[in-house]
Design a binder for this molecule. Sequence first.
Ligand code: UD1
Ligand code: F6R
Length: 694
Amino acid sequence: MCGIFGYVNYLVEKSRGEIIDTLIEGLARLEYRGYDSTGLAIDGDKANEIFIFRQVGKVASLREEIDRIDPNRDVTFANHAGIAHTRWATHGGVSKVNCHPQRSDPTSEFVVVHNGIITNNKALKTLLEGKGYVFESDTDTECIAKLFKHVYDTNLANGHELDFNQLMKQVLYELEGSYGLLVKSSHYPGEVVATRKGSPLLIGVKTEKKLKVDFVDVEFPDSNTERVRINKTDRHGLLPVAPGDLSFHHSQSRAFLSEDGIPMPVEFFLSSDPSSVIQHTKKVLFLEDDDIAHIYNGELHIHRAVKEAGAATTRAIQTLEIELAEIMKGPYSHFMQKEIFEQPESTFNTMRGRIDFNNHLVTLGGLKAWIPTIRRCKRIVMIACGTSYHSCLATRIIFEELTGIPVSLELASDFLDRKAPIFRDDTCIFVSQSGETADTMLALQYCADRGALTVGIVNSVGSSISRKTDCGVHINAGPEIGVASTKAYTSQYIALVMVALSISDDRISKIERHREIIDGLKAIPAQIKKVLQLETKIKELCDNVLKDQKSLLLLGRGYQFASALEGALKIKEISYMHSEGVLAGELKHGVLALVDDKLPIIAFATRDSLFPKVMSAISQVTARDGRPIIISNEGDEIIGNGKVLANLQVPLTVDCLQGLLNIIPLQLISYWLAVSKGIDVDFPRNLAKSVTVE
Ligand code: UD1
Ligand code: F6R
């Protein structure tokens, strides 16, 4: 989705060229999230001048556009604030005028980059148009820039010169919706204000000297600032209010105080995603919803408009653990391929330190204290979207078998549409790779509001879902950058199996089953490695047989229904081929009509209790001249009346874990199908890595 990047240097002299390069590189690191246009704003040549560069298409096109305009790259700045954006069109089509930064007026007094949606933008636009503002874009963001100017001008006309963060407070009072926001202004050179509500934002801090303390104090309104808040009755009147005797920047940030009192050289990197900050610094501060970050004179201040009872009075400056190398492609052609091949390690990392294979014990640090509560619950509700939903489907059977607790599955959007009943004695499990998916987040809020216990199964540490759930398990798969989810699926699957094992480890009747599953888990990473050796065979199958097909059916039942749905989703999203996962038991209830000698059918026929039934479904297909591709266990002889198109063999594991191995050939099929069709695998059309809009 959209991405935000900002860069502020203070007493670290940088040329304009260097500043542009830093901003462009920051945007390039956000590319993997999906976007359709880009832009940035920096200081111009004259005092109070701001340059805006925008371009439709890739970050590389923005760089070309800047080169074409050719601003003087040699001018240097001891203090400068730049902001940049990758846009994913929501309000207004993909066009240059709709790119961010959006501006307040033709001289760009205020410029804004924004992630999210301003829901009352129509009302604000009407109001501002009534006051003479002329809108140039179709975006909801433009009203924010214009609102800044309006509130600033009106206050000034009344003799009130507001501090940048006070101005932000007044503007925020008028905004409804979700946002991550950076604002720059010619009235506040070298400064940036940033805020968030329901959209991630973090600030990286880079200094030569060690920070005095590793936190930033939260500044709550004092009696002075209280007086500048717009009275509720003035809402939308946008009237200025008396600020009292405001002194600018009256507080000092403890973290940035140097021993000798001399201002400290510092650089700040603001971003919606840690991956664009990590190459500069590992010291980061995650903003909370409604925080206003104000950067000026080399200091970072966090303000809040109101003081809630019990609110934290500091924000920690944390150390990010991810390494830049981890988010680079390495020897692979695409992130997706790299991530498919990482699965022997990523699945191992999910289990690392959590399973004692010798004593057959599972300990999930993030869940331990909550296990008794979960055991007492009446029902487990698993809620997720897309691939993450499929990992729930893949593990529901073993959850129910081991825990004896009824488990229901919910696609987050449908769950919200139905406003499904949720009770205090429910345990709701939210599965998400990114931890930022809007529908899953809303479902989490919904369940939390109803008093249910909320558990997260999340990959991104520090993400919204990870922070907002009562407890949970990080799947520790490492950053997943390819838009198609691959290694997150296998790690979510394993994490969920470990949760089921933990909940049921007090059940004597399940001891043998536990042992069998834990032994099975131990072998999984090596078995995945073996399945990955099918790559050459799969590539040939894609090039020679599947590439020119229009459609594909995937058949599975029991544990393998999830594999069929997940395989079909992978093929659709990456190779743009129509594919459908079908429950094998449903074949004769309609789908059989599609079967002929042309439609390729992939059938999951690995050995579990349902194997005979799957074989019978395959016979129904071959009897109608269907040409199946069969995924079976090593050594199994597949009888297909000579009609079997291909047989991909995978090692045998415990029934409830077989899906971990069976999905690998499908990931490879979708990857090689897409490559053979010349598709940009890591950035499939119309899709984004992190879906932060409903
Ligand atoms: C934690 C540490 C890990 C360390 C290990 C050693 C983190 C992120 N993990 O791992 O680096 O090696 O202890 O004991 O610091 N949580 C949620 N919602 C979620 C996911 C997690 O609330 O969606 C919570 C958990 O309840 C827990 C915390 O986040 O309080 C960390 O979870 P997790 O990383 O899974 O815990 P450990 O495996 O114990
Ligand atoms: C498919 C895919 C999506 C995501 C879905 C949920 O390859 O990536 O279907 O699984 O958008 O995303 P998360 O897991 O981040 O909540």
